[in-house]
Design a protein around this ligand. Structure first.
Ligand code: ADP
Length: 211
């Protein structure tokens, strides 16, 4: 492990190299608005301590520390199927009232909505709140009317890495992804639900990596 205090300037250089690699010392100097000679000692400290690698005629590269590389490999190598939770499913024709009751009883934040055994949508706490404050009779409205419907549902597969699944959760600003298996019928793709991958699954893994 590299235990070394870096100066602010050296940290800045590392960030520049990470974003622009391979990059010459001249370009780094231009980006920092300093002369090449003013950078010489920082660049040699960073290469000697293993943060950067200099390839002649190419430029500087960032070298990942062994610790980071190991952690990254572990996260990229862990599959959704190893961490996922059991799905909580409800039929599309169930009422909003039944959905709210299921959410409480099953203690989940998202319900996966199915019809004829296949995923047709998802419904979250906010969807229920919106409907409830709208003042409609929640015993009469079917969940199918308020859910986020296919093909707008973001899904993942058991074999996906948790890294890619977590990126989807962040990009789409959602709490969970249905884990599905694809079935093709008459040229059309249907999704059978096999699990759910949630922010809690990620938090558990995060804690386990630290113990
Ligand atoms: P909460 O309502 O608790 O904030 P989310 O952030 O997960 O939960 O949901 C926000 C919105 O995104 C809701 O309208 C919900 O229907 C929708 N949503 C939730 N999960 C998904 C998903 N996997 N794909 C597409 N939309 C989703």
């Amino acid at each position: 492990m590299r235990i070394i205090e870096l100066k602010a300037r050296q940290q800045e250089i590392i960030e520049i190299v990470k974003k622009n690699q391979p990059i010459t010392s001249e370009s780094i100097a231009n980006l920092l608005n300093v002369s090449r000679s003013a950078l010489r000692s920082d660049l040699s400290i960073l290469t000697m301590s293993g943060f950067l690698e200099a390839k002649p005629k190419v430029g500087y590269f960032y070298v990942r520390s062994e610790e980071r590389a190991r952690l990254s490999k572990l996260i990229q190598g862990t599959k959704v199927g190893e961490l996922m939770s059991l799905p909580v499913m409800l039929e599309e024709k169930s009422s909003v009232y039944d959905g709210i009751v299921s959410m409480f009883l099953e203690d989940v934040g998202t319900l996966l909505i199915v019809s004829k055994g296949y995923l047709v949508g998802v419904v979250s706490r906010k969807d229920f709140l919106k409907t409830a404050i709208g003042g409609s009779d929640i015993t009469k409205i079917p969940i199918g009317m308020i859910m986020t419907r296919m093909p707008n549902v973001v899904v993942c597969h058991e074999t996906d890495s948790i890294f890619n699944a977590a990126k989807k959760i962040i990009t789409h600003e959602i709490d969970s992804l249905p884990v599905v298996e694809e079935h093709t019928k008459d040229g059309e793709v249907f999704y059978k639900v096999v699990g759910r991958f949630t922010k809690t699954n990620i938090a558990i893994q995060f804690v386990e990596l630290c113990v």
